[in-house]
Ligand binder design. Sequence first.
Ligand code: PLP
Length: 193
Amino acid sequence: MHRVTPEIEALSREILTYTMDRLKMDPPELDHPLSQAALEAAAGQTITESGLGGETALRLFIDTLAPACISEDHPRYLAFVPTAPTDVSTLFDLVVGASNICASSWLEGAGAIYAENQALRWISDIAGFPPEAGGVFVSGGTAGNLSALVAARHDWRQKQPDHATQRGLILSSRGAHASVQQAAHVMDADLIQ
Ligand SMILES: Cc1ncc(COP(=O)(O)O)c(C=O)c1O
C-alpha cells in the first residue's frame, strides 16, 4: 500500500542522520527568535505550487527555522517550562509517528492506551493518588488546566443536584498562568485572582 520511492529512501537517511547528529551534539548555542520580516527574508514562501521537496524543506528547517527557535535542552535555558526528553523518548516519537496509530479510544488504540494507563498509574503512585485515579496525557499546559478544571466542575456538579445549574467560580493566584483565565472564559466560569 505504501510505495516508498527512492527519493523517500534518500530523504529518510538524511532525516535519520540529522536526528542522530542533533541527539549527539551539545545543544546549539542559545538561539533566539527572529522577526516576521527577518524570517520572510530568510525563509521566503514555504508553501509553493509544486512543493519545496523534502530535501529543501529539511535544509530550510536545519539552516533557518530551527535556529530561530530556542533549543530548550540548552543548559542555560531556564525560562518557561523546559522540555527534558530523553534520547530514547525522542527516538520513540519517531517510532510512534511512523506507526500511524490513534489513541482516541480503546477500539482503535488499545495497545497505546494500555501503555498510557501504565504510565499514568506510575505517576499517580508517585503523587500518592488512590487506586481509582485515572487520567489522560494532553498536548500541554493549556489543555491540561482546562481539562482539570472541567473535571473538577463535573465532580462538584455531581455531588450536589443544585450545583448543576450554578455558575462555577475559580479562585487562583494572580501569578497563575494566563491559560487559567482562558479556561475560565471557555468554561463560562467566574475567576477571582
Ligand atoms: C503552569 C502552566 N500552565 C500552562 C502552560 C501553557 O502550556 P502550553 O503552552 O503547553 O499550553 C504553561 C506553560 O509554560 C505553564 O507553565
